[in-house]
Design a protein. Structure first.
Length: 278
């Protein structure tokens, strides 16, 4: 496929799994009607509660559960490759599930799972906001890229965006589009969301489809939104408005190949992993 349409879905998720799944399906149907072949849901799309410990109550075993079944069915019925945001999947510690981003193909078959590697343990400068994601989430350790009908797909989640070495590893696997579910806070989003997304697209000469949470959630947490699709020259091809919805844009593989050929920065790399290792 030389040209395919990408979709990034923006939500304001709440502490009601059924309501969130219903809303997600509406957006996925909309994406499919617009001709999308790959759709990305935001981080924590199925559940956002005031009490982070509540996530353990909706944790599913790998491969089975309400949320996973929903995603498989939606991918199959909508005919979409679906990046399923993140969902809590069981780890060895009952109170610390993985934040798992699973991928289904257009036949509803699960083809990949990525467990979020970088966890948001920070105090936001000049504010009272502080987060310790590792208290309630088990960190993953293995990056993920997948072979798809539209090239190599890389997966990253939210805070991962701040770690360019993860994206360089994807590039070593010839990635041409990166899906990024996220729930950036209002303050960090205002400061860095656009800049970081554009940087990851530009430095790797690839497409980025970033699906975000937006608005106010239970407990008063506010997320930034601005879901977007960015081209390999750093151009914003589509950007969401303030509320829930879907943005789409076309990924053109011929353009990507031509750009990488005419502007061969990727072949000019000198400090690769092997060189740094000596």
């Amino acid at each position: 496929m030389s040209r395919i349409k990408l979709a990034a879905i923006q939500m304001t998720s709440v502490a009601d799994v059924a309501a969130n799944l219903k809303e997600a399906r509406i957006h996925l149907d909309h994406a499919a009607r617009q001709g999308a072949k790959l759709a990305v849901l935001p981080e924590n799309f199925a559940f956002m509660a005031a009490d982070e410990s509540a996530r353990s109550r909706i944790t599913e075993q790998d491969g089975s559960g309400q949320i996973q079944d929903f995603l498989a069915q939606a991918a199959r019925e909508c005919g979409l490759w679906l990046v399923g945001g993140t969902i809590p999947l069981a780890s060895g510690e009952s109170e610390r599930p993985f934040a798992a981003c699973c991928v289904w193909d257009a036949l509803g078959r699960r083809v990949g799972r990525y467990d979020k590697i970088h966890l948001f343990d920070v105090r936001v400068p000049d504010s009272a906001e502080a987060y310790r994601e590792s208290r309630r989430t088990m960190a993953g350790s293995t990056p993920l890229t997948l072979t798809t009908p539209f090239g190599q797909l890389g997966i990253a989640v939210c805070y991962d965006l701040r770690f360019p070495e993860l994206f360089r590893l994807m590039l070593d696997r010839e990635v041409n589009v990166i899906a990024l579910p996220a729930a950036f806070t209002q303050r960090t989003g205002q400061a860095h969301w656009h800049t970081l997304l554009k940087a990851r697209a530009i430095e790797n000469l690839c497409y980025v489809a970033a699906a975000a949470q937006a608005g106010e959630h239970p407990g008063g947490r506010r997320t930034y939104g601005h879901s977007m699709i960015i081209g390999p020259w750093g151009e914003v091809l589509a950007e969401a408005a303030a509320g829930p919805g879907v943005v789409t844009a076309t990924m053109d593989d011929d353009y990507l190949r031509r750009l990488r050929s005419q502007f061969p920065a990727l072949s000019h790399r000198r400090l690769t992993g092997s060189a740094l290792a000596g």
